[in-house]
Design a protein around this ligand. Structure first.
Ligand code: 8BR
Ligand code: 8BR
Ligand code: GLC
Length: 453
């Protein structure tokens, strides 16, 4: 069967079995994404007003956090010049106010938890319990209908309610997302690909502030779940990680005791100390999801500089370097599943076997293409609309390299006691937006795998 045949049969099987998946616990980051599609003239005028000389240095090197309008505009330029994503905490109130007045074109659900809750609960119909650090009316309104719940403590007991029925009036956690298309020009710079810069005007998610319900009643909440996906550790720093890590470690122990497989969605974590701490926690997870930059950054803190460099040297990324890095990571931490995704293909290294691992990746790639094509996936049947997106041509060379190196056939190979699964992805030429595709990929593959078991 060719890849298109494998795609449609994987989709049909996941569609018919996903209803059998139990409740998924999602923690910790949920926020509001205020999306602004950048406009050249507007941006140039703003940079001129703020002072070109003061702005440009930050487009060479990102600041650690944003404390001025010059740093904000310079960081946006940093992303545009490289076509790279970046996300920084906005500390200064006057800059937050500047962003608010600059405005947005669209408000969307944000944060790995929020995005996955809407996809799993709102689209796939899989029940989810979400951690939402602050439930404002605006935040609650961004949740889709469906089996999406937040725990509410009432007279010492936990009840599960839809976020709109939580009826709290808490703060807005807003992340301003500045998106630009491939070829976007500003002054003499041109974006080599579409991407975004995120400025987080949010005191809760970047610090992983855990709600009282989750601090005090975690065992009772976990009792209701069969799977877990953890995310949102990426903005922690050497200064503030200790408290949240204690809570997370305690939560992971509860999940482990109850035999609940947990997936870590590893987003880019600039702080090296935090990355090392995450590495130390990985053994408590069943599974981890990451892209090439993230894999290189974690392999680097393991002292494997040479492999880290190989991961970033080629486009598309060398799959043999990826496989070697995944084996090192699995051997060091004991994590049972590593799901790698990059522009054009995915790989999964598992310490168990079966075609369902590959088929879950195919389902995820179709979901990702639907998300890129439509912006928002409304129902599971929308995902079929991505069937006509062509399978990435460049992935043929990747497949050949894997066949030669590991004897891979039909996207599956056996290496040093692990199964390696490969799929070429479908790439949408003009994506509606780039935010949240990674979350769609990781959650669809993880949950899809349990649907197919
Ligand atoms: P992409 O081509 O995949 O967008 O690669 C850009 C990488 O830069 C992303 O993996 C993104 O995670 C990372 N990044 C982020 Br997000 N924040 C960053 C930061 N503060 N400093 C440097 N890189 C960052
Ligand atoms: P990260 O932000 O975690 O890197 O996830 C983004 C992922 O989305 C990439 O690894 C890539 O597989 C996928 N993706 C991107 Br970016 N653009 C896409 C597109 N136009 N069509 C399909 N998938 C895309
Ligand atoms: C990060 C950002 C959030 C965005 C999400 C998309 O969590 O903080 O704003 O929605 O990534 O993956």
């Amino acid at each position: 069967m060719g890849w298109n045949g494998l795609y449609s049969s994987a989709f049909e099987r996941v569609r018919s079995s996903i209803g059998g998946v139990g409740t998924v616990l999602l923690a910790y980051n949920t926020n509001i994404d205020a999306i602004k599609y950048l406009d050249r003239e507007d941006l140039e005028a703003r940079i001129e007003r703020a002072g070109v000389k003061e702005v440009l240095p930050y487009s060479e090197e990102l600041p650690k956090r944003i404390e001025s309008i010059q740093q904000l505009l310079g960081s946006i330029l940093w992303s545009i010049r490289r076509g790279k994503a970046a996300e920084l905490f906005v500390e200064s109130c006057s800059t937050r106010f500047y962003m608010k007045r600059w405005g947005w074109d669209e408000l969307r659900m944000g944060g790995q938890v929020g995005i996955m809750a809407n996809l799993l609960g709102g689209v796939y119909g899989v029940p989810v319990i979400a951690h939402v650090p602050q439930l404002s009316k605006l935040q609650a309104g961004l949740f889709k209908d469906g089996p999406i719940y937040v725990p509410k403590a009432e007279s010492g007991k936990i009840n599960l309610v839809h976020p709109r029925d939580f009826e709290a009036d808490e703060e807005n956690c807003i992340h301003y997302i500045y998106e630009f298309p491939r070829g976007f020009r500003v002054f003499e710079f041109e974006a080599p690909r579409e991407n975004r810069f995120i400025g987080s005007a949010d005191d809760y998610n970047p610090n992983v502030v855990v709600r009282q319900e989750f601090e005090e009643h975690f065992e009772e909440i976990a009792e209701k779940a069969e799977l877990a996906i953890i995310s949102g550790l990426q903005a922690l720093t050497e200064e503030n990680y200790r408290g949240p890590f204690e809570t997370i470690r305690a939560h992971l122990e509860v999940l482990e005791e109850r035999g609940i497989p947990a997936h870590l969605e590893f987003a880019f974590t600039p702080d090296e100390t935090v990355r090392k701490e995450i590495l130390g926690l990985l053994g408590k997870f069943w599974s981890v999801g990451l892209n090439e930059v993230e894999l290189a950054s974690i392999i680097e803190v393991m002292g494997e500089k040479a492999i880290a460099e190989r991961l970033l040297a080629h486009d598309p990324v060398d799959p043999v370097a990826v496989t070697e890095a995944m084996i090192k990571l699995a051997e060091k931490t004991g994590v049972r599943r590593i799901h790698f995704h990059t522009y054009g293909y995915y790989l999964a290294l598992t310490n168990y076997r079966g075609e369902f691992v590959r088929d879950a990746l195919l389902f995820a790639a179709l979901a990702a293409a639907a998300k890129a094509k439509l912006g928002d996936v409304g129902s599971i049947d929308d995902i079929v609309k991505a069937m006509d997106v062509p399978v990435n041509e460049k992935a043929r060379g990747i497949e050949e390299a894997l066949a030669k190196e590991y004897g891979m056939e039909g996207g599956i190979a056996e290496i040093s006691g692990y199964q390696l699964s490969f799929v070429p992805t479908k790439i949408v030429a003009k994506p509606r937006s780039t935010v949240g595709i990674g979350d769609t990929i990781s959650s669809s593959a993880f949950v899809g795998e349990f649907a197919l078991r």
